[in-house]
Design a protein around this ligand. Structure first.
Ligand code: SF4
Ligand code: SF4
Length: 387
């Protein structure tokens, strides 16, 4: 299978200008074509060297190369398979997929933010400085209840790990929008991480464990859609059928997974909204645009948006890539922030918690006051009549 997938690459190089690591460093081995060559060398029996591991590890998994490739090379499958042989390790994986552990951090983070009043104390240290700059403002838990218009669909919603701990207001906005558009939102309170972080880091057995737990927590037959508001999670959930081929619930759930924008466009929005009064910019999250091919739906819902230059280049968040490669992530974040500023927009909207944190941190570094919000928050703020 690897051999066939690799043989699809005709070495044309069309993917190179869209690859963030190639754009940053200009090294063939840090391009999709170079990495595919390394994979081919491994198949020919070349032992896995530290330099090979480094080049694979430096890949953001953004899948811009999948979009750019005219030969249809399935780089997503290639890198997932490769990473399964060299799974990432670290404290991060004992923290991020566990919403309860993350929630324990909310109180100390809130205290820290109060005490420092936005000052950065760890800016001199690369890794600590990156963690500090990415810390999302700890908001109060928001109410998500609201009347439901005549029911048009019954949905479940992924509450997620990072999203539920640090972005409860985004989940609440998502639920309010769904209700306003006539969706009955069933609560599935026992759900946890969907396994996206694990699967994207080559930790396949761990990803399977998370996927089985999620399937146990959801009544797959009782819903029309399973709505996701985090791009990386949506792309992993849509692949559940191949992650757990022995469990029929996995493929059944995968077929019902939709990004929030997809489900709203499929239903056709009916809730009256106010007219837009300001220009907003839209940032395509890689796992929404490249991995799921969802570009038109958010734009159809948001109305006219200012487009960013080089939209295909990742903002540098890429799951936990920014925590593991802080310097390169900072460069990519600054690049994206400059693209946002060039639009002149007062607000930038995106559909992934990682992108929200990464772009906000980069704009903060530049002293810019552009608001960075999730698509769900923007749509929620536009709805004027909820019943
Ligand atoms: S997934 Fe992104 S970083 Fe990795 S090779 Fe493709 S374009 Fe480059
Ligand atoms: S991955 Fe696709 S675009 Fe890149 S070199 Fe191979 S065939 Fe060309």
């Amino acid at each position: 299978m690897m051999r066939e997938l690799i043989s699809d690459c005709v070495h044309c190089g069309f993917c190179l200008p869209t690859c963030p690591t190639y754009v940053l460093w200009g090294q063939e081995m840090d391009s999709p074509r170079g990495r595919i060559n390394l994979m081919a060398q491994r198949l020919e029996g070349e032992p896995l060297s530290p330099s090979m591991i480094r080049h694979f590890d430096q890949c953001l998994g953004c899948m811009a190369c999948v979009t750019a490739c005219p030969s249809g090379v399935k780089y997503d499958k290639l890198i997932t398979q490769t990473r399964a042989d060299i799974p990432a390790r670290g404290l991060i994986f004992h923290l991020f997929p566990y919403p309860r552990r993350l929630r324990l951090l909310r109180w100390p983070m809130w205290l820290y933010q109060k005490a420092t009043r936005g000052r950065r104390l760890f800016g001199r240290w690369k890794r600590l400085g990156m963690w500090e700059s990415l810390m999302p403002p700890i908001a109060k838990k928001a109410k998500s209840t609201g009347p439901t218009r005549d029911r048009r669909a019954t949905v479940g919603m992924l509450t997620g790990c990072v999203q539920s701990a640090f972005f409860p207001h985004v989940n609440a906005a998502t639920e309010r929008v769904l209700r306003a558009e006539g969706c009955d939102v069933l609560p599935f309170p026992k759900q946890g991480c969907c396994g996206a972080l694990s699967v994207h880091s080559g930790r396949i057995e761990e990803a399977k464990r998370f996927a089985r737990k999620l399937l146990d927590a959801i009544d797959v037959d009782g819903i029309d859609y399973f709505v996701v508001n985090a791009a990386g999670c949506g792309s992993a959930l849509k692949e559940y059928g191949s992650l757990l081929p022995e469990d029929p619930r996995a493929e059944a759930l995968a077929r019902k997974v939709r990004d929030l924008s997809e489900v709203l466009v499929e239903l056709g929005p009916v809730a009256p909204r106010r007219a837009a009064s300001e220009v907003i910019a839209y940032h395509d999250a890689c796992h929404l645009a490249h991995a799921q091919g969802v570009r038109a739906q958010p734009r159809a819902l948001l109305g006219p948006v200012a487009e960013l230059e080089e939209p295909e280049i990742c903002c540098g968040s890429a799951g936990v890539w920014n925590l593991r490669h802080p310097e390169a992530a900072r460069e990519l974040g600054d690049r994206k922030a400059r693209a946002v500023l060039a639009t002149g927009a007062a607000t930038v909207v995106t559909s992934n918690p990682g992108c929200l944190m990464q772009i906000r941190a980069a704009l903060d570094r530049m002293g810019a006051t552009v608001k960075v919000i999730h698509t769900a928050e923007h749509l929620d703020s536009m709805i004027i009549d909820r019943d």
